[in-house]
Design a protein around this ligand. Structure first.
Ligand code: GLV
Ligand code: MN
Ligand code: MN
Length: 408
């Protein structure tokens, strides 16, 4: 049977590959990413899969069906993390999928479809600001111009791919055709408190909220903190502080909306210098695309107004936008049957967090299974799940795979 214990051990093992000693930070195309990929490639091969690294840095494994070359049920999640992350966000989905294949392989079961498991190299978008590079490439939705996006050190995605030993000019070849992918299903921790509050190990996702990511740069005038009178300053950080509060106020304007400034940097960054330049990010999410777009427009207008009053020049860049991704009814029904067969009451719930299915919906219908996490805590080292819930999630996923029927 699938082993909750092995799933937990593998999450622990992967978490050792971190740029942060004593914590977990593993960004796209880093040395830690390379070490994690090697582990996952090994686990896939042990589970009877053919496994390789694709041109965008995804770990891709394939378990053939009852004859070679069949269209696949695609499973997966991501192997990158946020900064100071928990060890289950992303990794649990990849490891649980491999665990299911291992069980099929141990019984020499071949199904009337192939199964592919993908450990996406970038879902969080921490290094380059733009997210889901791995799944967008698989969906054939990665504009080659995106490969010129640079990280904080000025390295482009294309350069980073090359330094990793990959060939950016081959990224197009990662794209899969609709006819090759019967469906995409992802197991992921809930990252919210609903399942825990209701005493449920797993839940079936109805839809993934859409998001917009923006980068704002405010240019004022650096100057001496002791000599320039308050009324004559063009302080970019004081202006940014007002902008951050405006983002929060607008985010609070609708119960379905959330808006966050997650990163801010002031330059030149010295105790005795008025900040002349500030850059910050904005993340806006909602279950309705129109609501999110209205919020983005209110935020950009408000930033322009606040900056005009302070003689600050704002520059706003739309980094990325992905619309709401509904899960397919026919896949939800199959997942629900698997949940019920494990004796777990069926609970449907939406996802506030983003997931690779948002990109993959371009080539396949998508489904997601959430596993309960402690206190709803995620994107935090305190992220935690129980071994029993890891086992329950993997058992449901296994039943779903074994009974999977392609098409509504
Ligand atoms: C990914 O975790 C996201 O929702 O940003
Ligand atoms: Mn995450
Ligand atoms: Mn995730």
């Amino acid at each position: 049977m699938v082993s909750g214990q092995r799933i937990m051990q593998r999450c622990d093992t992967l978490a050792r590959h971190s740029e942060l000693p004593g914590g977990l930070t593993r960004v796209f195309l880093s040395e830690e990413n390379r070490a994690a990929n090697e582990l996952v490639l090994g686990w896939m091969r042990e589970a009877g899969m053919q496994a390789r690294l694709d041109a965008i840095g995804n770990v891709a494994g394939r378990y053939e069906g009852n004859r070679p070359g069949l269209a696949c049920l695609m499973l997966g999640s991501h192997l990158d993390t946020v900064r100071d992350a928990g060890k289950y966000d992303g990794m649990l989905g990849v490891i649980s999928a491999i665990e299911c294949i291992d069980f099929l392989n141990s019984r020499q079961v071949r199904l009337p479809f192939a199964i592919e498991v993908i450990g996406f190299g970038d879902e969080e978008g921490v290094r380059f600001g733009t997210t889901m590079l791995g799944s967008r490439a698989v969906a054939g939705a990665l504009d080659p111009a995106v490969l010129e996006t640079r990280d904080a050190a000025g390295t482009s995605i294309a350069q980073a791919l090359r330094a990793f030993g990959l060939q950016p000019e081959k990224v197009r070849e990662v794209a899969r055709q609709k006819r090759d992918v019967l469906a995409y299903a992802e197991l992921h921790i809930e990252q919210g408190p609903v399942l825990e509050a209701e005493g449920l190990a797993v839940g079936v996702v109805t839809a993934i909220n859409g998001f917009s990511r923006l980068r704002v740069t405010l240019s004022g005038m650096a100057g001496h903190a002791g000599t320039v009178p308050m009324g004559l300053r063009r302080d970019a950080l004081a202006a940014a502080a007002e902008c951050v509060l405006a983002v929060e106020r607008i985010g609070r304007g609708d119960a379905e909306l959330v808006a966050t400034v997650g990163r801010i940097e002031a330059q030149p960054g010295a105790i005795n210098v008025i900040p002349g330049k500030v850059a910050f990010t904005i993340d806006v999410r909602a279950p309705r695309d129109e609501l999110r777009r209205q919020a983005v427009s209110s935020i950009t207008n408000e930033i322009a107004n606040l900056c005009a009053k302070r003689r600050i020049e704002p520059q706003i860049e739309n980094l990325q936008e992905l619309g709401v991704a509904p899960c397919a009814g026919w896949l939800m029904a199959q997942l629900e049957r698997a949940v019920a067969a494990e004796g777990i009451p069926v609970r449907r719930l939406p996802s506030g967090a983003g997931h690779d299915g948002m990109a993959l919906k371009g080539i396949a219908d998508i489904a997601m299974l959430f596993v309960r996490c402690k206190g709803g805590i995620s994107h935090n080292p305190a992220e935690s799940i129980t071994e029993a819930d890891a086992a329950a999630g993997a058992k449901v996923l296994y039943r779903f795979i074994e009974n999977f029927q392609a098409g509504p």
